[in-house]
Design a binder for this molecule. Sequence first.
Ligand code: ATP
Length: 256
Amino acid sequence: TDRQPLLRADDLTMTFGGITAVKDFSFHIEPGEIVGLIGPNGAGKTTCFNMLTGFYAPSNGRVRFKGQDITNRKPHAIARLGLVRSFQKTNVMKRLTVFENVLTGHYMASRQSLLATFFPGEAVRRAEREARESAAAIVETMGLAQRMNAPAHLLSCGELRLLEVAVALAAKPSLLMLDEPAAGLNSHEAGTFGAVLKTLIGRSIDALLIVEHNMDLVMSVSDRIVVLNFGRKLAEGRPAEIIENRQVAEAYLGKA
Ligand code: ATP
C-alpha cells in the first residue's frame, strides 16, 4: 500500500555561516508511533525541531506533514495544521492555576478568545464552555485532576513537567514534539511521566517525537529511536537495538 507517514523529512540540512548543524538528515514518523530523537550535546536535535516547525528555514531539504509540503511555512501555520512543539523553556505561568494554564494554552492556539471578548453571543458562549470542558479533560488525561485549581508555583517538579505537556496538548496537536520534557525529574518522577506520555497516543495525539537526555525514559517510551551525531543520522532502530549499538555508545563517550 502507499500509506504515507504522518511526518516525513528528506535531506534536511542547516548551516549557520560556516557551521553545519544538521546535514542530509532524513526520517519519518508513522501514526501511532513514539519516536525518540537522541544524540550527544550539540548533535543538532534542537536545530531539527526548529526546521520541522518553521522556526528555521532549512538550507536544504523538505518537510512533509499529512501529505503537505510544509517547508518554509510559518510556525503558527504549521502549528495550526497539527504539528505542535514544546521548547526547553517552560510554557507555564506560575501564578495561574493548573486549569487556567491549560485554558490559556487553548486560547493561545485558537482565535476564538478575542471574539469572545468583544462579541459574547451564544455561539461564542458555547465555544467558551467547550474550551473549559476540553481543558478540564486534558488536565485529567495528564493525571493532574487533583491539582486542577492549584497555582502552578505549588506544583512538584514532576507535576510541573506534566502541566507543560498539558499546555501543549491544549493546542490540539496531531503530532506533538517535546524538547527535553523530563528535564530535572528523578527516576521515579520520570517513570510516572513516561507512563502518562504513552497513554496519549491514539487518544490525545496521533504520534509523539521526543528529544530527551534521560535514556531510561526515552528507551522505555519510544517505539523507535533515531540517533544524531555531529548533525548526521548515526543509527535508527528499536530501543533494544540502539542500546546494543557500538557506534552509538562510542558517540556518547566522545570517541566517534
Ligand atoms: P543539546 O542536546 O545540547 O540541546 P542539540 O543536539 O539540540 O544539543 P543544537 O542545539 O541543534 O544541538 O546545535 C547543533 C549545532 O549547531 C551546535 O554546534 C550549535 O552550536 C550550532 N547552532 C545551533 N543553533 C545555532 C545558531 N542559531 N547559530 C549558530 N550555530 C548554531
